[in-house]
Design a protein around this ligand. Structure first.
Ligand code: DGL
Length: 258
């Protein structure tokens, strides 16, 4: 089955580009359209109703650009709104959730850490998932302030280092052997996180799994592209410089007021 329409992705801002990178690496012939709703970031402190409304706005923007599938490249939007999006629109959705399963299944200390937004950690979907792992101690930590610093381009700031110490040191004391990054912005913090965590603690995120799932749904249900050359487009409603720094200079970034 061939379908040359683009894959649409959205996030509250620049973080979902960590997911886009995995998808583009696995499916280089696919056209992609990425929407960064940076003007409204962070989503993590917003109400479920607000997150649903923003997710619908983003979905409609991507559907107007003929997206054949929508990747919700945001844990907060997935855990709060994907059920409503699936009920409302016909297009297939791929969501992203904290990768608790591989961490819990492989943990030897039976203790794992999850760093995510307030919106994700308080969602029904997340709290139901956690119930599947009664034998694992799950240390949850809200990453207050992290998304805003990334959106401002302050990944390597002193403030960031301090916040990461504050959030991660208690987990280390609890003897975690896995740290789950439950927010698509956080993979950009891995170099700093590695400096804080002892070497034996493994860091996992959901990017690769989301890319694999996108490929499966495209092949089985939607259609893959058969083009030799593909086009990658990025839309943002705030601060294109930060976006450009994360994805590299060779891609087209369009600023629009959506
Ligand atoms: N990238 C979003 C996520 O995965 C960040 C949410 C936010 O904007 O707070 O949760």
């Amino acid at each position: 089955m061939v379908n040359n329409n683009p894959i649409g992705l959205f996030d509250s801002g620049v973080g979902g580009t960590s997911i886009w990178k995995e998808i583009h690496a696995l499916l280089p012939h696919e056209n992609t359209i990425y929407l960064a709703d940076s003007k409204n970031a962070p989503y993590g402190q917003k109400s479920k109703e607000e997150i649903i409304a923003l997710s619908k706005k983003n979905t409609e923007f991507l559907l107007n650009k003929n997206a054949k599938i929508i990747v919700v490249a945001c844990n907060t939007a997935t855990t709060n709104a994907i059920k409503e999006l699936r009920a409302y629109y016909k297009v297939p959705f791929i969501g992203i959730e904290p990768a608790i399963k591989p961490a819990a299944n492989n943990s030897e200390t039976h203790t794992i850490g999850v760093l995510a937004t307030k919106g994700t950690l308080s969602s029904e979907l997340f709290n139901q998932t956690v119930l599947n792992y009664p034998n694992t101690k799950i240390i949850e930590q809200i990453g207050y302030g992290l998304v805003s610093l990334i959106e401002e381009g302050n990944i390597e700031s002193k403030e960031m280092t301090q916040l990461l110490h504050d959030y991660l040191n208690p987990m280390v004391k609890e003897n975690i052997d896995y740290l789950v990054l439950g927010c698509s912005h956080y993979p950009y913090l891995i170099p700093q996180i590695k400096k804080i965590l002892p070497n034996h603690i493994k860091i996992i995120d959901s990017g690769e799994a989301v890319a694999r799932q996108t490929k499966i749904i495209l092949s089985d249900k939607v259609g893959l592209s058969d083009m030799k050359k593909s086009k990658q487009l990025f839309y943002t409603n705030s601060n294109p410089i930060v976006l450009k720094n994360l994805i590299g200079g060779k891609y087209t970034i369009l600023e629009e007021n959506f």
